[in-house]
Every structure is written in C-alpha cells, then in structure tokens.
Design a binder for this molecule. Structure first.
Ligand code: GLR
Length: 418
C-alpha cells in the first residue's frame, strides 16, 4: 500500500460563544477562540485537528502549514523534524504568557499530529485509539467542571446556567451538570473568592454529593501557608488539590504538609519540568493535555513517565470544540494509567462544528468513537459561520490563557495572593 502524502493544509480560526465563567485572571470573554486544522492528502483524505488561536500561535501554525506539502502521512517523526526546523526562530512570533513555559514545538506540533492520526485511521479503517495502542476502556469518564459565574455577559441576555457566586449556587450548578450528564467526579475552578468561601463551597459539594470524587483548582492563587491550611480543611473530602500555589518549590512545600495528592497543569507543562518535579516530590498527579504536550503520541509518553515515577495522570482542558473532545477521548481510552475522570469544558459550549450524534455523555462518560480516524465529521457550514464570528468578534489578539478584563462592572478580579 502506498501511503498518501500531504497536499494542502488549511488553518481556520473560529470563535464560539463562551459563557461568563470566572477564574483567577478574570472572566471568560463572550467568545473563545480556536484554530481548526484540515490536512488534505493527494488521495483525497482530510484529517482534522484543533488548537489555540491567539495571533502568535496562528502565525506559527501558518509557518508550519507552509512546509508540510509532500510529507508521508505516516511520518510523524518527519512532521516533528519539520516543525522544529521551521520554528528555530520561534516561528517568527514572540512566545508569551503560559506558552513561554511550554515547549513551543510541542504546542505547534499537536494539531498537525492529531490531523495526521485522523488521516492514518481513515486510510487504515481503524479508530485513532487503535493507533495509540488500543482502547483499554470503551468509554472515558469526564468530570463536571464547575465555575463561579455571572448570569450573563453584561449587556447580553442571561444564559441558561444562571449566576453562581456562592456555595449554594455552586451546588445548584453541580446538580444540574450531574443530572444532565451523569458525572461522577466534580471539579471546582477556584482562585476567584477568598479561600475560606471556596472551602465552604467544596464542603457544600461534599455534603450534597457524598459519593462523588471532588477536586478544587485555584490556578496557583494561594500562598504556601494558605494552601496548607486549605489542605487541612479538605483532608478526606477531595481526591486531589490542583495547583494550590505556583511553582515546583511551592508545590513541594505544600506536598510535604498534606496527604492529599497535589495535581498540576501549571508547574509541569513540558517534559523539562518532570525531572525537577519528581526530584522535589512536588506533584502526585500530572494533568496531561495533548494540545501542549505535543499531540497524542507524546501524551502517551508522558503517561509512561508518570507511571514509571509513581505519579497519577489526569487530563486538563480549556474551552474547546468537538474535534478536541474526540482526540481527548481516544487518548484517554488508550492510556491505561489515565484513571482519573478527565476535565472538559464541553458542557459549557453552545456551538460546535462537528456533525452531531457522536461524543454524547452518558453516565458522565463519552463512548470511544469506533469509526475510522477520530470518528467525527466536520460541518463545513458551521465552520464557515464560526470563522465569520471570529472575524467580527473583536477579540482576536487574546493569548491562550489570559482572559481580558473588558467586562467587569461589578466583579473585582482576584489579584490578591492569599
Ligand atoms: O487549570 C485549569 O484547569 C485551566 O487552566 C483550565 C482553564 O483555563 C480554566 O481555568 C478556565 O477555563 O478558566
């Protein structure tokens, strides 16, 4: 069989409606940005990938897209070589924000690798999970990802989820999520209000959902001392405490004072960070994320390293669409030691660009698609619509993690370090 080769790569930035979820840096904008990758081959197959869409990243994606023609779709090492070679100068764009800590080549590689795996699966007639070693589970459990939240973006109509600014409202949000999706694990995004209020919210969740696994993630908003205090209060109530404080040193200091496993998607976000984190015993659970760990194959490598060093493995998400959910589901299905329920923002989304009928949640899990490739089909009309929305939404300069504070009439962002 002659493998097909890349003939053309199309990168399309899109914007989709994002509700006013609150986090440590402010509020989600009315729109979240993503870039959709379509790799076309000389045999007519098209592979899909999804990634961030801040302007610097789009520039790097464009740089890579321009050098992929002719590549054998099975040559993932060749893909990496081309990405590294062409990004030697940082892709001609400044690397800023959290991305400065990540490995730029891994971040840029990821959506192209996913798209090539989609093509390989389609050409071989096998789901992507088979290309990753085979699914060890038929369905992948996800967690209910709770957020403090405004009722609606100022100036817009209230959304269906309503406001959530105190423990009772957080429990109500959890109830709605669990009823609708069947989740058996619950994560609260913290770092928004004073730590004691967030502790009360976790206690209220624990009382309302005694059989659910709970987590809280303040995105490094707390000092070491506060983190240790919070850990004392939450001992026995949560399965892990995610990024209570920034940095490997701070996490190690907290870890020495608590039996609660500490998880991170902030201080271990590239392969270079693993050695110091393991050496300091700073982290007991690493949140993988194929979008910045270099795609699905390298995320499985991360899984192997975590296994070797006795660290647990979970999965991180940002606001995302169905192509990412499909990739996350195949990866989680084929990673034996990914035993925690994965994060997903998917329930918060009201628009998508894949055709419906796959990736539905039941009992808190998503069935692993068994159609060839990722098992999702692009809705070209929806892609066009969300691209138009990108062009008109006015937030194209945003980086991948910092949400601009444009809409904040009555909410003071958490700039304090507790
Ligand atoms: O730590 C995390 O889970 C994240 O960073 C995920 C998202 O960026 C989350 O904080 C958000 O959506 O506001």
């Amino acid at each position: 069989m002659t493998a097909s080769r890349i003939s053309r790569v199309v990168v399309t930035p899109v914007a989709f409606t994002d509700p006013p979820l609150l986090n440590v840096v402010g509020v989600h904008q009315p729109f979240a940005l993503r870039a959709i990758i379509q790799i076309h081959t000389d045999s007519g197959t098209v592979g899909l990938g999804e990634t961030y869409a801040d302007e610097a990243h789009l520039a790097r994606l464009g740089t890579v897209a321009d050098v992929l023609a002719g590549l054998d779709v099975f040559d993932l090492n060749g893909l990496r070589r081309r990405v590294v070679d062409v990004l030697e100068d940082g892709g001609g764009a400044k690397v800023a924000g959290m991305l400065a800590l990540k490995n730029p080549a891994d971040v840029v590689l990821s959506p192209f690798e996913v798209a090539l795996l989609d093509i390989q699966g389609k050409e071989l007639g096998r789901p992507v999970s088979d290309l990753l070693g085979g699914a060890v589970r038929d369905e992948v459990p996800f967690s209910a990802y709770l957020f403090y939240k405004w009722a609606g973006h100022p100036g817009s109509d209230a959304d269906a989820w309503g406001e959530a600014l105190d423990p009772d409202a957080i429990v109500a949000q959890a109830t709605r999520m669990v009823d609708a999706y069947g989740f058996t694990a619950i994560k609260l995004k913290g770092g928004v209000f004073a730590p004691q209020q967030e502790v009360e919210a976790v206690k209220a969740l624990s009382a309302a959902f005694p059989d659910h696994k709970l987590r809280i993630d303040p995105n490094g908003a707390w000092t070491v001392g506060t983190s240790i205090q919070v850990a004392k209060e939450l001992e026995g109530l949560i399965e892990y405490l995610e990024d209570p404080t920034p940095g490997i040193d701070g996490m190690a200091q907290v870890a020495r004072q608590t039996d609660i496993p500490l998880a991170t998607n902030m201080c271990v976000i590239a392969f270079d960070h693993l050695k110091p984190a393991v050496g300091a015993d700073a982290v007991q659970v690493v949140l993988s994320d194929h979008h910045y760990w270099g795609g699905l194959q390298r995320s499985r490598l991360l899984g192997g390293i975590c296994d070797t060093f006795g660290m647990g493995l979970s999965m991180h998400s940002n606001s995302h669409l169905g192509i990412s959910l499909a990739a996350m589901t195949h990866l989680a299905a084929a990673t034996p030691n990914l035993t925690y329920a994965c994060d997903t923002h998917y329930p918060w989304k009201t628009e998508d660009l894949i055709k419906p009928g796959v990736l539905d949640f039941a009992g808190g899990s998503v069935q692993v698609p068994n159609a060839p490739g990722l098992g999702v089909e692009l809705d070209e009309d929806a892609l066009g619509r969300l691209h138009e929305q990108y062009l008109s939404c006015g937030i194209r300069g945003r980086d991948d993690t910092a949400y601009l504070r444009t809409f904040q009439p009555d909410f003071t962002p958490n700039t304090a370090r507790w």
